[in-house]
Ligand binder design. Structure first.
Ligand SMILES: Nc1nc2c(ncn2[C@@H]2O[C@H](COP(=O)(O)O[C@H]3[C@@H](O)[C@H](n4cnc5c(=O)[nH]c(N)nc54)O[C@@H]3COP(=O)(O)O)[C@@H](O)[C@H]2O)c(=O)[nH]1
Length: 816
């Protein structure tokens, strides 16, 4: 049935309308439809007229249709509603339906709202996505309309502040959510935005309603109308607490790494050639390379000539295997100076376990290494001269012996001892002494080949090792060169100093079982050189060794003798030529060894001098002799002088004078009955002090005799200054005095000089009647010698003295 209007006008509207016009009965059967129905849904009018309208809609919307139909059947009004209609092609078209009931039919107008529905759907989807983004990124939106002045918060913003969704604060209330420290800033930037439209982007701290402190990023910008007036400020608030904590952590880590005294390097493991992507300040300080120069380069630019290839290989292997690796590597600073780099390299993995970087931690241990090297050097070297010390000498000596043995060469050991170094040290001071020792070390080193060794052995002793001699005799060239070089003048602050050295030589072909013995042998030889006048050398021999061994044994025996009182005193008479009277006796020590019998003082006195054992011996002699002198004088009518030999050490000891005084007091011997026999050598050392001591002794009343006169090389000029009483002419001039005119001339000269100096003369070593007759006829002197009597024990001398005056004693000579 056509949709007809009596005027026909409505028909036209029906036909031309862009909306669907449908006429249905109260049962919902389609009665009429307009052309737009056909256009939109693709059905022909004939196809649908007479069919239920419910068939047109999507099955989900049938209840909506039924509801509307029901209301219209009851003549109730129906509000416009939306349904989905199905096109002939099966597509869905959204229709907005307006329906009204007529008397007999229902009039329906439907409009295609598919576009609008699509936009709405898109809008909803967008809103949802926005909501998801906000919830995920913890970003909420807000705005403040200038007209209303009230902030509008999104749900996310509400959640951030710990308030229920839809919470509507005032601006002031919104401000109070900011932490006191952030509040001034948000006020400032918000006001600026409201007033001048300045956008802001701030990271500030808020305190939620539950008093939880959160960091937020607040972004705001002004919205203007078409006239440019600010009508709204809108923005976002994002919870960045976690990011801030991470940032703080990262900042802390970065600052720590930057502040580290160790160099830190990070290299990119994913890029070719592993370029450095980070170096810290310590790296710059240690290497001298700035970050700009270092970044982008491979670490190998720190390596150089002395970098150990094995260490490098270890480093590369660790990196290749993506493992931790630790090396101490020789690296070079920017200025070319090498340093020791204590380097730890570790791989850095991402979440998936892939090595993205390597981190290197380096420590400059150059100073530590140098200190260790210095310690090692100090342990093996002498601090003053820098020469190897005994420890290193031992190593070099053993090595030298091995080399000599392997290459069939000779090793020579030179023991070098400076002559009279001690007086230089004592009188000129240790600075001068040190200077000389350093200079000696330098000269020795300069004269030797690089593979020879010079070591400081002690005080003024040096050892030279020559480990590569073709012939033993080759050592002599070196020794002579060294002696000459060492005796050249030394200069200290414009003063010239002279010093020489004595050297002992020991050689071996490297087969010696105990290399240290070579040093002992050279030492022995050096002592021999000393005794032979210094500034010379001596070669070690087995004979020398034997002598030294004997000396060592003798020393032990002598000590026992002191402890076990194995000494005796024998006395040899001294005769006045003119009267034949015994005017004195000389006390001569005898050592009676329980196994070896009598041992001559000639064998042990000089050793006792060297070892200091002379002191207890001398004290015993002096006291014994004084006591015996008292006893002898008690038995004789004429006074008998007791002559006692005084050793150099005894004389030079402080307190010598006191010891004489004490003995005289203790024994009660009259001082003028004591005669001290001193040799020229004793008086030559520190003459002034010696003269003073002699004067003091003379003041005590003690007599002084100068023993062995003529054997020393002392100047006669000092003789006149010596406060002595007597000269004892040495027996070496007496042996041939009768036949040798030169000896006779010497004796003649000495006696004449002595007389002129007002000194008494004693001629010792008179062994024959001819000697006595010759001498007694010429000189007014005293005599001593085997011709008169040999030294004899106390008992014998006592009897001897009690006998009448004898020009000689014809009794059997005493065993000594
Ligand atoms: N510091 C001390 N030195 C002492 C002491 N006792 C001895 N000595 C010194 O030891 C050296 C050797 O002494 P000795 O073996 O006793 O020889 C003395 C005489 O026996 C020896 N003599 C005496 N007359 C003759 C002689 O006619 N012919 C000869 N071949 N020898 C003789 O001379 C020694 C005494 O010499 P001197 O002392 O120079 O008068 C010797 O140097 C002693 O000094 C001691 O207690 N302390």
């Amino acid at each position: 049935m056509p949709f007809v209007n009596p005027q026909g006008k409505l028909d036209q509207f029906f036909l031309l309308s862009q909306d669907l016009f449908i006429c249905i009965d109260f049962a919902g059967i389609l009665l009429n439809i307009n052309p737009m129905f056909e256009n939109l849904l693709g059905y022909s009018t004939s196809e649908w007229v007479g069919k239920p309208c419910g068939k047109l809609v999507d099955h989900r919307d049938i209840p909506v249709i039924e509801e509307a139909l029901s209301r219209l059947q009851s003549h109730k009004k129906v509000a416009p509603f939306d349904v989905r209609a199905l096109t002939a092609e099966g597509k869905v078209v959204w229709l907005e339906v307006t329906a009204a009931a007529g008397d007999r039919v229902i009039y329906v107008i439907a409009r295609d709202i598919s576009r609008r529905k699509a936009v709405e759907k898109q809008l909803i989807r967008n809103q949802r996505l926005f909501q998801i983004a906000g919830e995920t990124a913890l970003i909420g939106g807000w705005y403040v309309d200038m007209a209303e002045g009230l902030p509008i918060w999104s749900n996310e913003v509400c959640r951030l502040h710990g308030v229920p969704d839809g919470f509507k604060p005032t601006i002031e209330e919104a401000m109070t959510f900011y932490a006191p420290s952030s509040r001034p800033r948000i006020r400032e930037v918000f006001s600026a935005c409201c007033e001048s439209g300045t956008s802001f982007d701030e990271e500030l701290e808020i305190v939620t309603r539950q008093a939880v402190r959160l960091w937020v990023r607040v972004i705001g910008k002004a919205v203007r109308d078409e006239l440019g007036q600010i009508i709204q400020v809108q923005g976002s608030t994002q919870n960045i607490t976690e990011r801030k904590a991470t940032e703080r952590q990262l900042t802390l880590l970065e600052r720590s790494v930057e502040a580290s005294t160790n160099g830190v390097i990070i290299v990119d493991a994913q890029r070719q050639d592993l370029p450095m992507v980070y170096v810290n300040a310590a790296f710059e300080r240690i290497t001298g390379y700035s970050r700009t120069k270092a970044l982008g380069q491979n670490c190998r630019f720190l390596q150089g000539e002395e970098t150990d290839p094995a260490t490098l290989a270890k480093l590369r292997k660790g990196i290749y295997a993506q493992q931790d690796v630790h090396v101490v590597i020789r690296n070079y600073r920017c200025n070319g100076v090498p340093f020791w780099n204590d380097l730890y390299v570790s791989p850095v993995r991402d979440a998936a376990g892939l090595v993205t970087h390597f981190v290197g931690v380096q420590n400059d241990i150059t100073a530590q290494r140098e200190y260790q090297a210095q310690l090692r050097h100090n342990a093996n070297h002498d601090a003053l001269t820098g020469l190897p010390n005994r420890l290193m000498l031992d190593q070099r000596l053993s090595q030298g012996c091995l080399l000599a043995k392997r290459y069939r060469r000779y090793i020579a050991v030179l023991f070098v001892d400076l002559d009279d170094f001690k007086p230089i040290n004592d009188t000129l001071g240790h600075d001068v002494g040190d200077h000389i020792l350093i200079e000696v070390a330098k000269r020795l080193e300069e004269e030797l080949r690089p593979w020879d060794t010079v070591a400081r052995f002690g005080g003024d002793e040096f050892i030279v090792l020559l480990p590569d001699l073709a012939h033993e005799q080759d050592v002599l060239q070196v020794v002579e060169r060294l002696l000459a070089r060492l005796s050249a003048p030394y200069w200290y602050r414009d003063s010239e100093l002279r010093i020489t050295a004595s050297m002992g030589i020991a050689t071996d072909d490297g087969t010696i079982s105990e290399p240290r013995q070579l040093i002992q042998q050279a030492d022995l030889a050096m002592y021999k050189a000393k005794r032979q006048g210094r500034n010379t050398y001596q070669w070690y021999t087995d004979e020398l060794n034997r002598k030294v061994t004997n000396r060592v044994n003798l020393r032990h025996a002598l000590q026992q003798a002191i402890e076990q009182s194995q000494f005796e005193l024998h006395y040899q008479p001294q005769i006045q030529g003119a009267t034949g009277r015994v005017t004195g006796v000389e006390a001569l020590i005898r050592w009676y060894h329980p196994e070896r019998g009598y041992i001559s003082p000639a064998q042990f006195i000089s050793l006792a001098e060297d070892t200091g054992q002379i002191m207890p011996i001398s004290e015993w002699v002096l006291e014994r002799a004084c006591r015996d002198a008292v006893e002898l004088n008690a038995r004789t009518t004429m006074p008998v002088t007791m002559a006692v030999n005084i050793s150099p050490m005894q004389f030079q000891r402080a307190g010598f004078l006191l010891s004489i005084q004490r003995v005289l007091e203790q024994t009660g011997l009259a001082p003028d009955l004591l005669e001290l026999e001193l040799t020229e050598g004793v008086l030559m050392d520190s003459t002034e002090h010696a003269i003073q001591t002699l004067q003091d002794l003379r003041a005590l009343g003690v007599h002084i005799a100068l023993d062995d006169f003529g054997t020393g090389f002392s100047s006669l000029s000092y003789l006149k200054r010596l406060p002595i009483n007597k000269l004892k002419i040495d027996r070496s001039f007496i042996r041939d005095v009768v036949n040798d005119t030169r000896d006779a001339a010497i004796v003649d000269g000495v006696v004449t000089m002595a007389v002129k100096l007002g000194l008494e003369v004693l001629i010792e070593g008179v062994e024959t009647a001819a000697q006595y007759a010759y001498l007694n006829a010429r000189y007014c002197a005293h005599f001593q010698g085997f011709y008169f009597a040999r030294p004899m024990p106390m008992l014998a001398i006592s009897s001897y003295l009690n006998e009448s005056h004898h020009p000689r004693n014809d009794a059997e000579p005493h065993p000594m």
